[in-house]
Ligand binder design. Structure first.
Ligand code: LLP
Length: 427
């Protein structure tokens, strides 16, 4: 980590520094936002979200790109993605339910999941989702049963495990042999799944799906996945091959990821090289690359404690309950003080949460300005993906509010949980 200010490329598109050195997003002062809505607070740059959606739709073509809602979902996010021309990828009843409640039409939704229940499949079929990505033989049986007595066939894709190990954390690899996801190419499972579908008048094979993992920087991994399945898909009568999501983002200084446009270009090129029939549409489901950099989390500093001559802990009012990624995957983040964005960050300390365990850290060895004091607002950029969506109520901490900012206006899109919310399920 370095003592330089956080590089601007890790910040949302509309981030700016005013004449007094304070950070703004969407023309709104971050410290004022924290004062108004409390902390922790998830702040999203609406223009950044729209820009990434537009970039994705341009790169893949309308109808060929679905936003992976697991990265961050609330009604306003679903509406923004749909209004920007994206489809939605959902993987549970809950995500599907929310998408429908937000006004999404089934025809713009694709359903995923390695253990879809009959209820999940039923809701998807009732709402005529565009595709169900089948992940197991049990699911095929369930679909067959649900399809009985329905007017038309159910549109399915088959998720294939290509046996490609993407360069990323093992917990978010999915394309390797022995993955819990999909039908293996090796071992003939994928072939058997296709045979089963072709024998069924109730199931219509629309395409092949090959998602190899998440937070991937090397576009070659995606090309390799495509070339690996090329022979398999060559003679199939399908409309679509979907590469899933997985494009990485930079979280800390010095980490650079390809853009959505570069990612799409490489994959289109790889499809040509692998001689995949040009009539087959290529599609994708980006999540992280749409929302990660759009979001910044604001915390208030509660305590600063020296525990030795070389170790200082700075505790904030959130932690693993709003961002479990450092603990789960050892993910790195940067931090800054929005009151003085350009200040040198010459103090090294550990930023930790308020939860009752030593594993509850946000950044080990973080750099912050030396004049940081209790009461300051602290921001962690690139926290828009898999933060709020994986938030918990550990230690009975209410989940934060979420606001969207744009052109000087603030929209509260998810309110902060109350302490009464925390006991509403208790009987
Ligand atoms: N499509 C499928 C079938 C997926 O399973 C996923 C992510 C995506 C698309 C979107 O991938 P993305 O573009 O966001 O990489 N909690 C982990 C990430 C788990 C990803 C799960 N699947 C993290 O915080 O890094």
């Amino acid at each position: 980590m370095s003592s330089r200010p956080v590089p601007e490329y890790l910040l949302p598109d509309t981030h700016a520094v005013d004449e007094t050195g304070k950070s703004q997003i969407g023309g709104v002062d971050l410290v004022n936002l924290a004062d108004q809505f409390g902390t922790p607070l998830f702040v999203y740059d609406e223009v950044h979200l729209e820009n990434r959606c537009k970039e994705a739709v341009e790169a893949w073509g309308k109808g060929n790109v679905a936003y992976a809602t697991k990265a961050f979902l609330c009604k306003e996010m679903a509406r923004l993605a749909i209004n920007s021309g994206m489809n939605l990828d959902v993987s549970t009843f809950g995500e599907l339910y929310l998408a429908l409640k937000a006004g999404a039409h089934g025809s713009s939704i694709v359903l995923h999941g390695n253990n879809k229940s009959s209820e999940e499949l039923g809701l998807a079929i009732e709402n005529s989702v565009s595709k169900i990505v089948v992940d197991s033989f049990n699911e095929l049986d369930r679909l067959e049963a649900l399809a009985r007595g329905r007017p038309g066939p159910i549109r399915v894709m088959v998720r294939v495990t290509p046996g490609v190990e993407a360069h990323t954390h093992e917990y978010v690899q999915t394309g390797q042999d022995n993955s819990k996801f999909g039908f293996g190419l090796s071992g003939g499972y994928a072939k058997t799944a296709l045979e089963k579908i072709s024998r069924s008048p109730r199931l219509d094979l629309v395409g092949i799906h090959v998602h190899i993992g998440s937070q991937i920087f090397s576009t070659n991994s995606f090309s390799l996945a495509l070339s690996t399945i090329a022979d398999f898909v060559r003679d199939l009568d399908i409309e679509e091959v979907c590469v899933g999501g997985g494009l990485g983002v930079g979280y800390v200084e010095g980490e650079f990821a390809p853009t959505i446009a570069q990612w799409a270009d490489t994959i289109h090129q790889a499809a040509v090289e692998a001689e995949i029939n040009p009539r087959v549409r290529l599609s994708a489901e980006p999540g992280r690359s749409i929302v990660a950099k759009a979001g910044v989390t604001l915390y208030r500093v509660g305590t600063i404690k020296d525990v030795s001559e070389t170790k200082t802990f700075l505790s904030v009012d959130g932690g693993m309950s709003d961002n479990p990624r450092p603990v789960l995957y050892g993910s790195g983040y940067e931090a800054f003080l929005p009151r003085s964005f350009r200040a040198a960050r010459d103090k090294v300390l550990d930023i930790v949460g308020k939860h009752c365990e030593s594993g509850d850290f946000i950044i080990k060895g973080a750099n912050l300005p030396g004049d940081v004091v209790v009461g300051d607002i602290l921001a962690t950029p690139v926290s828009g993906a898999y933060g709020y969506s994986m938030a918990s109520n550990y230690n009975k901490v209410p989940r934060p509010a979420v606001v969207f900012v744009k052109a000087g206006e603030v929209k509260e899109v998810v309110r902060r949980e109350t302490h009464d919310d925390l006991i509403r399920l208790d009987l």
